[in-house]
Design a protein around this ligand. Structure first.
Ligand code: FMN
Length: 341
């Protein structure tokens, strides 16, 4: 059964070329669920109906305190949608996608209607990058990201009607670093938010979802295993604020993903946009991590808009650069757990 395969270990050679179309589409979903998601909550459910894939937001996996509207989870579903569409084309399926169709079922994010042409896609750089992309939270090398790559990221976001705004002026970068640190402090000052975060921290290497301890800065083996406990008991807000500010200042490229308005469809599009930017980066040897802390804080989001002279809505903040070591790999839930046939 293709649904028993592990997404992280899958290869193109596993594609069930002699199977029926539904089995092929199920196989392709393994690539969708390699998308990044807020707290690695993987808040998606897929339903296969005839030649349509329905992607739903799994509202039970929301961070209800920090994100009561589910903005970040819907963005995460958008990232999975981006992967799905790229992987469908790779394996010869044409698709048409409708985002949040009107009068549709609750929590429906998108309907993707497919047709198998049997003709495999030729330009597979972005497809291959699905397995190369990982969140990379360590310092990058000081190699400058070339202007043509920045242009590639700008164009990637535009495919979905969004913008990638590169931060190229040093004083703006420093101001943004200050806001990220303020965001850390603002969110961390709230006990309920801290508890919610802690509930998604997992022992390093021991879970199919959530953020492993090492990603929270618990880099030695014992601290990584104890992380779910220590993050419930201790308040690391000041360490996060200092660490994130230092990382931001030391990064050669920061970028903000924006959308024209701030509706749930904009969040889906922002998710597709950020994933295409991340895949374009990974396809060129770069990695990235998220530093979104100012965005959930209303006043900081407004200040970010005015810092960048924007009327559009900032949705995500990225640092992008060349990694100094192999990125760590996070786990995914089994396809069986997110697929309704
Ligand atoms: C909408 C969204 C918000 C995220 N916010 C953060 C964040 O604030 N800090 C962070 O370190 N990672 C953040 N991430 C990255 C996730 O933690 C990461 O994608 C997840 O742990 C899976 O790991 P991977 O990206 O290496 O596959 C975010 C990802 C998404 C899609």
């Amino acid at each position: 059964m293709v649904t028993k395969l592990k997404s992280r270990n899958i290869t193109e050679n596993d594609f069930p070329k002699d199977a029926d179309d539904l089995t092929k589409v199920s196989f392709i979903l393994h690539y969708a669920i390699l998308a990044p998601s807020s707290w690695n909550a993987q808040p998606w459910i897929f339903k296969l109906q005839g030649n349509t894939i329905k992607l739903f937001h799994d509202a039970e996996r929301m961070q209800t305190h920090r994100d009561p509207l589910g903005r970040e989870n819907i963005i995460s579903c958008g990232a999975a949608l981006c992967n799905l569409r790229i992987a469908l084309r790779r394996f010869g399926f044409l698709e048409e996608t409708v985002i949040m169709p009107p009068n549709s079922e609750e929590n429906l994010i998108a309907e993707v209607t497919w047709k198998n042409t049997g003709e495999f896609g030729k330009d597979n750089k972005l497809f291959k990058a699905i397995q190369q992309r990982h969140s990379y939270r360590k310092p990058f090398t000081d190699e400058i990201v070339k202007p043509e790559l920045i242009e590639l990221f700008e164009n990637a976001a535009k495919v979905y009607g969004c913008e990638f705004i590169p931060i190229t002026i040093n004083s703006t970068q420093m101001a943004l670093a200050g806001m990220i640190s303020e965001g850390d402090k603002d969110l961390g000052a709230d006990l309920a938010t801290r508890k919610e975060y802690a509930s998604w921290v997992r022992s390093s290497g021991r879970s199919e979802d959530g953020v492993p301890g090492y990603a929270m800065g618990n880099t030695n083996a014992v601290a990584g295993i104890l992380a779910p406990l220590t993050h419930r008991v201790f308040n690391y807000t000041d360490e996060f604020a200092r660490g994130d500010q230092a990382l931001t200042c030391a990064t050669t490229l920061l970028g903000v993903i924006t959308s024209p308005t701030d509706t749930p469809s904009d969040w889906v599009q922002s998710g597709q946009a950020v994933e295409r930017v991340l895949l374009s980066a990974a396809a060129n040897g770069l990695q990235a991590s998220f530093l979104n802390q100012p965005i959930p804080v209303v006043e900081l989001r407004k200040r970010l808009q005015s810092l960048l002279g924007l009327t559009d809505w900032p949705q995500l903040i990225l640092r992008i650069g060349y990694p100094t070591e192999a990125p760590k790999v996070t786990a995914r839930r089994k396809l069986d757990d997110v697929l309704l046939l």
